[in-house]
Design a protein around this ligand. Sequence first.
Ligand code: SF4
Length: 670
Amino acid sequence: MNERTEGEICLVNMPLSSIVRPSLALGLLKSVLQRDGLSARVVYPNLWYLEYAGAQYQSVFMTPRTEECLVDWLFAPTAFPEHDGAVEAFLDMLFTNHPELLANTGDDPRQHLLDLRARTPEFVDWTARRILASRPRIVGCTSTFQQHVASLALLRRVREIAPDVITMMGGANCETIMGKTTHENFTWVDVIVSGEADATIAPLCRGLLRDGVALCSDDIPAHVFLPRHRDEGYPRIEGNDGFPRGTTPILATLPAPNYDDYFFREIHEFLYRDHLRPGIPYESSRGCWWGERSHCTFCGLNGGGMGFRSKGADQVIEEIDGLVDRYGSRRIETVDNIIDMTYFDSVLPHFAKSERKLNIFYETKANLKRGQIEGFRRAGVNWIQPGIESLHTEILRQIGKGVATYQNIQVLKWCRQFGVFAFWNVIAGFPGEEDQWYEEMATWLPWIEHFQPGNFCQLRYDRYSPYFNRAADYGLELRPCRQYEAVYPLPAEALRDQAYFFTDTKIRLHEQLRADVRPGLTAVFEHLTAWRSAWPTLPRLQWDSDVEGDVVIDERVCATDGRHIVSRLHRAALDACESAVPPMTLRTALSRSDGIDAPTVDRLVADLKERRLLLELDGRLLGLVLDHPEPYAPGQEFPGGSFLWRNPRDRPPTEDVERPSEAIAPGAEA
Ligand code: SF4
């Protein structure tokens, strides 16, 4: 092993975290520390663990949802050897939810996972010694989603081998009461930073290096939990869950992240480097400008710090250009909850004109105009997450999304038109939802199967969301997802304070997916499943450019004709409904442009609806026919990075994109 001392601070990215891009959190902390004259090294045991387990485990690790805690479970005996988790019950849940794992892990998948779990202490010991070989005085882990138990396992081993080394944790899993609970119960962690650490990390590390963990705490902010708090009690605040979190009010003060360790060392040494197409994470804003006004009821993002802050366009452009030039990847995955709308007139035009030709991902609200989707495409924003969680306006109203179904559908149409890949979902199981709403959805879903399909998933309940904060108001009885019990050695009350994901004790959606119980929901589920399994093949519904006159090619299963020959006025009506418009607006438009009266317009509309070329939603008419749709960018150019190694047992490679990062997983998106 070729180790050398590079700094007194070692920042660690444990499994499970994406192997196809560096850690934004640690890259940013490294930059901040460097600016303050401190040097830090960032290491990536998440890459090392895949080498240890074998590349075939990448799809195994990525298959279960975060709340199923697979990787936490793999590290649990190392972190908590005294805990006798319910092993068989955990595996039963895993394989019931994911029978496909049976195909991906070999002949005896249960035994494979048990073997890997039994070998993981050896990996953690090796990792701890490898990190300590460079003689750091502080070892700090970032913990988001499934990194928590692996981080606790590593820091426990570090404490056992080198008791003088200061151990530290931060990240989304350490926010407020979760950070306090971790700190209180797992005493080998000296310091926990709750919330945003970038304004705190440099003075904190300087103090720790100077005075040790017993440092005078007068100048240490309340969102840093120290050993003395275990005896004295933890800092409290009014509001949220009573525990503080750090916030950086002005992002312009932050430097660009430094990813040198990942790009210049780690991936060069990575066994599977030839299969890696790394992306570059970038943050242009924090918080959510929509959530400030109307907190979507399921959204647990930002740990109570919803206030929107963004970098200026010049800073964004300069930093992205700088990262692309330094690291040689043109794939930029922004981690913003929601794009700053001013970027449509500043950042995006710059990248549209740039010779760099980037592939960018952004999350956005769905109430966009056609020109804005085209602006995405021209700028290289070829992947978006437009925050589509339902296709029924009553559900959208109840969850506070601030959009109607017609807006979601027209965004999907324009994404297909301009070749912008949209991650979207139908989330089911909202409190108070009615099956009739799904029955209505199911009547017209086949009409849009020429657009790109989305996912069907069950609602989960996240800490900090309105569903969590006001559970009783929604008739919910929440408890931590059951998998936590198999992982953490905590009593029920502490487990509730540690958990991020919750389930309702009454709603069992999987038991309702039967035509005799929830016919509407079942129909939507079956349609979405068939639609997705056909992807990337899509039927065409578009103007035929090879013939004279106005002819529509229609390959949808629901087509009333394979070729619709339509009149000039039919075409004029469809063109006027390029954006969804009320019937009165269409009548006025066609009266002005073609001099036809309202009854004639109504007959055109009735005919186009009969042919399923025009969809009426929310009292508006939306034309469904595309005009020379542009192709999607190749899947391996996904901005978040790709791992192109394929398990021989997996289905053959397609142009489908890799699963998006957990930051944009269903149920947690803009
Ligand atoms: S779901 Fe998206 S739009 Fe809604 S509050 Fe959360 S981040 Fe904002």
